[in-house]
Design a protein around this ligand. Sequence first.
Ligand code: CO
Length: 136
Amino acid sequence: MRNPLGIDHVAIAVEDLDAATALWRDALGLRVGVREVVADQGVEVQMLYAGETRIELMRPLSPDSPVGKFLAKRGPGLHHLALAVEDVGAALEGVKARGLRVIDEQPRAGAHGTRIAFLHPSAAGGVLAELVEGGE
Ligand code: CO
């Protein structure tokens, strides 16, 4: 895989979106962006900004969604790291060609017109990593 363009966002799983948003805004000074439901991933997301860097707070829409299961197992905390890439299809093929495990065999649609793919945590040293192409 070629050198990523940067970090697209860091995602944090939370139980209470309003309380977490207030914490990150009031105590840690982050700027609050849009809030949206990403039905495909079973989450409601609150976007926050530290300078240009995006942090996404994610609340599961149901306990049996992937993020709901994550919360039940591990509690609130860091969920995944998203790398911005030029070509998500090429990046994904590069990872697979090295024999590393992926969650998404093919890129799929993400929020606001992006194309995304999740790698398996074993592909990135125990970190759930997402590849993101496009967006602002
Ligand atoms: Co993400």
